[in-house]
Design a protein around this ligand. Sequence first.
Ligand code: ADP
Ligand code: MG
Length: 676
Amino acid sequence: MIEQSKIHEIKGVGEKTEKLFAKLGIYTVGDLLRYYPRNYDVYEEAVPIAEVEDGRTVTVTGMIFGRVQVGGSRNLQVTTIHVKDLTGTIKAVWFRMPFLKNTLAGGGQITLRGRAVNRRDGLVLEHPEIFYPSEKYEEKLHTLQPIYNLTAGLTNNAISKAVKQVVESLDLTKEHLPEEIRLHYQLAEYNYAIRGIHFPEDKEVFYHARERLVFEEFLQFILAIRKLKDSNSRMDNEYVIPLDLRTEEFQKALPFELTGAQQNVWREIQQDMASEHAMSRLVQGDVGSGKTIVAVLALLNTALKGYQAAMMAPTEVLARQHYESITSLFEAYNIPIKVVLLTGSMTAKEKRRAYDRIECGLAKIIVGTHALIQDAVYYDNLALVVTDEQHRFGVKQRESFAKKGGVPHVLVMSATPIPRTLAIILYGDLDISVIDELPANRLPIKNCVVDTSYRQTAYTFMKKQIAEGRQCYIICPMVEESEAMEAENVTDYSRMLQEEMGTQIVVDHLHGKMKQAAKDEIMERFGRNEIQILVSTTVIEVGIDVPNATVMMIENAERFGLAQLHQLRGRVGRGKYQSYCIFMTGSKAKETKKRLEILNKTNDGFKIASEDLKLRGPGDLFGIRQSGLMDFGLGDIYQDAAILQKANEAAEWLLKNNPEYVQQIPDYEGTSSVII
Ligand code: ADP
Ligand code: MG
């Protein structure tokens, strides 16, 4: 077997399983090796029974106390035992496993590992794994079992077995990193890292393995970007655009005054567009800081000087939202600039009309999705491209605009603040502006952290808000096992909630498995208040501005990274109404409260993420991503900021001292946010 071998060469992987693997994007043995676990199950030391908490997976060791009972109905036989240690007694139950009675009848010491659930008569371990006699647990102690993302029909065990086979039979001794780099940064060997990421013997092995793989991922990325940058150094300004008086008048006539930060950024943009070089600017501003109006000023100014300007958004909903707010602004201020919408879901006829208007130059401002860069679109004289919340705007995109004419100015808006040092590494040679001030008229969002017993009260509160004309979001619990189950979960939740809310209130849902068009339709209906409660996974995270929504309730808030919670919270508090964010937590309400206090102290996404990591300590690293900002396989730019710095340093060194290595790095094809 080699890395390029097809997956069916693995023993036990037949045609059917091959298809299931394909669903996960795994075609070759190499794909499987890079299919890293999304989490690990850790076999911890047993805890005293008195310390067992609701909702946690724990191990307890004690004596079987009293008789083994088999009860329940014929269809659902329940086997029950009680286990006692020096601190207390706990009940354990198994369903449909009456034969356990014989096994456990001998009594004596037993170790159980499972989830504790609060039932009517106290805490119960449901379906715990049995180690009997207790000594059997010692072999497992401290080991980590990989948990993979699954798809229906493919079990965790099946994936784990296939990976094990590959790891054992493949020659993994080939090293990808230059030896001098590996040694200098004390990184694990490839061989060790691959084994260690899938089957770590303990946490130390895991950290060491992960560090190496993240480093390599970052290094490849940085080198690929640097290669591109060299072939792409600062471009001349082909569209010199000074400030038009009418833009200034428009700005002065707005119903609000720009904040100081908005004014600064707007000034920087003006300078760029009138300078020697084409603009490449990133505008970072927290959620709700008012990035859109700054972009609108740039679009308008470009159009007033006779050029075209485009604004690209990641979703149809966001594109439509921008289109509508720009057209109504222009109408209100009598601005005779033609604005055109172009999205993938428009009919062929509508698109044709848009293409014609763009090509002949009638359309001055074009707002849309990725449809803006399809081959069929010919611009007349495109001088500015603004991308909003568009983390996937890459080099290729700029090139495809440039193919249609000169090199346009590029302005990128992002709500995910990262420190300048990191931004320079990740975005290359880009100028960065920061809007670090919120408009003054905002009412701060009221936050509360509650446990699940508060759920009914929360629903009642939502009914009240809806009666006043407002709308609500609910973010559903994440599901560990798979995205498919997550989708199911959201659907069920929304059905349940609809019953709860009655016929006067429309509840609908959104999840990552839905087609883009379906998602967009739901968002549009929500935007028009045809849906009052939107139940969703975190796909709702980016950009949406529905100022009428005032309640954000997040189930299982303790499972999210704080930076992500911050983004989610930013969906409310965008209008003139008082908004509320309800963080619903499981058993760890106290800890969560402490973590969430950070959210009240600062609005700086990066600070939030790093404080969060500090608080939880390195023991809790896996499983929680701070942000989905860039699609690295393992690396997380917040969590792994230190590794990123090192990889950057290594990249500098390699560029100087090992050009052969740099040469063989594959060209950048990715979709991460690279702007050149
Ligand atoms: P984001 O930066 O998250 O994209 P938006 O640009 O959508 O935020 O702005 C959020 C809301 O704030 C909009 O409704 C916008 O009209 C309003 N807004 C923008 N700038 C100001 C300001 N200087 N004063 C008051 N409201 C503003
Ligand atoms: Mg925005």
